[in-house]
Write a protein that binds this ligand. Structure first.
Ligand code: MLT
Length: 334
């Protein structure tokens, strides 16, 4: 009921902008990196539902799941030149094009869903949205919250940094993540997301990290056995619209798209709260073994924060930017 009320309120604020002629019907193409059942899909479906409702059925959108429209990083380029309308992808795959969003990928900065909501929905999220428009030609219109990226591998239980040695771990092509594994003493293998399942299946790599929901949606339990509950990155996955496409919309349609994005963000947080525990249990039922790191992960935390944070101060906008982020979530400055 509350959702209904907020949808009606949003529709009313959009109606205030109404122009006389109905806008040309749109069917936005949305590239989605993950498969059905993922939190990316849940955000996409919520966006479509709200877009249709707010536009009185005039506009819709179609999801192209499972990287059908290219690797996540490639979709950023396609959206930048306007050949793709929208993309749903992990924030770590936006960072190479707009380095300041790396503040959300710095290890052990975001420590809960609530931290992620505070940061993305507040002034810091707004600033990063402006940065991605300028740097990468895409505008963030919704945020997906997918949970902590846990480590999986096919070879052995990993509970300590020592256990990690000798494993070949796939990471996205993201310097912060590469350097985090280096701080733990191994040299990871950067690989596009669209190639990762095959890489694990053919044993080119032994392991990777992604949230429970993603591991389940992508059926990684077929090729991975061991899970370690590291919590170095809380996965945030924006829905971005090509800025070129957005600027071609009428003011009324822009407002509809932004409002539908806000509703999708709320739906995503609810999806994670409702589903994460259930999905963790599915992974156990599928035969995965889930372990916690020793000593509350302290060794992983100490090594990563000492080596990685200072190295990326410049690219995220200075140590002041990190301190602004830490202050927003009630943590002490560095
Ligand atoms: C990646 O590991 O490249 C991404 O986090 C995958 C995803 O979008 O789920």
């Amino acid at each position: 009921f509350i959702k209904k009320l907020s949808t009606i309120a949003a529709a009313a604020s959009v109606a205030a902008l109404t122009v006389s002629a109905p806008a040309l019907a749109k069917n936005f193409k949305i590239a989605v990196g993950d498969s059905g059942g993922s939190s990316q899909e849940a955000t996409g479906l919520a966006f479509i539902e709200n877009l249709e409702e707010l536009s009185g059925g005039n506009h819709t959108a179609t999801l192209f799941l499972n990287g059908q429209l290219g690797s996540e990083q490639d979709t950023v380029n396609d959206a930048a030149i306007g050949s793709l309308d929208m993309s749903l992808l992990a924030i770590n795959n936006v960072t190479p094009f707009s380095p300041s969003v790396g503040v959300f990928t710095l290890p052990y900065v975001i420590l809960s869903l609530e931290d992620a909501e505070t940061l993305t929905q507040g002034p810091i999220g707004q600033q990063l949205t402006e940065n991605t428009i300028n740097d990468a030609g895409v505008r963030i219109i919704a945020w997906t919250y997918t949970g902590f990226r846990v480590l999986t591998n096919s070879k052995k239980p990993v509970k300590s940094v020592a256990d990690l040695q000798g494993l070949v771990i796939r990471v996205p092509k993201n310097e912060i993540m590469i350097d985090t594994y280096k701080s733990w003493g191994i040299s990871p293998t950067p690989m596009a997301w669209s190639e990762t399942f095959a890489g694990l299946q053919t044993k080119v790599v032994d392991g990777q990290d992604n949230p429970y929901t993603t591991i389940n949606a992508m059926k990684f339990y077929e090729v991975q056995k061991y899970v370690t509950n590291i919590r170095y990155i809380f996965s945030i996955e924006p829905l971005v619209v090509s800025e070129a496409v957005f600027q071609e919309l009428s003011a009324e349609d822009q407002a509809i798209v932004l409002e539908a994005g806000k509703a999708a963000t709320q739906a995503s947080a609810q999806f994670l709260r409702d589903k994460e525990a259930e999905i963790k249990q599915i992974l156990i039922d599928k035969g995965m073994q889930i372990d916690d790191p020793e000593n509350n992960e302290q060794e992983f935390i100490d090594l990563a924060t000492a080596a990685v944070w200072p190295k990326f101060y410049e690219s995220i906008g200075g140590v002041e930017k990190l301190n602004e982020v830490l202050a927003a979530i009630g943590r002490d400055p560095v």
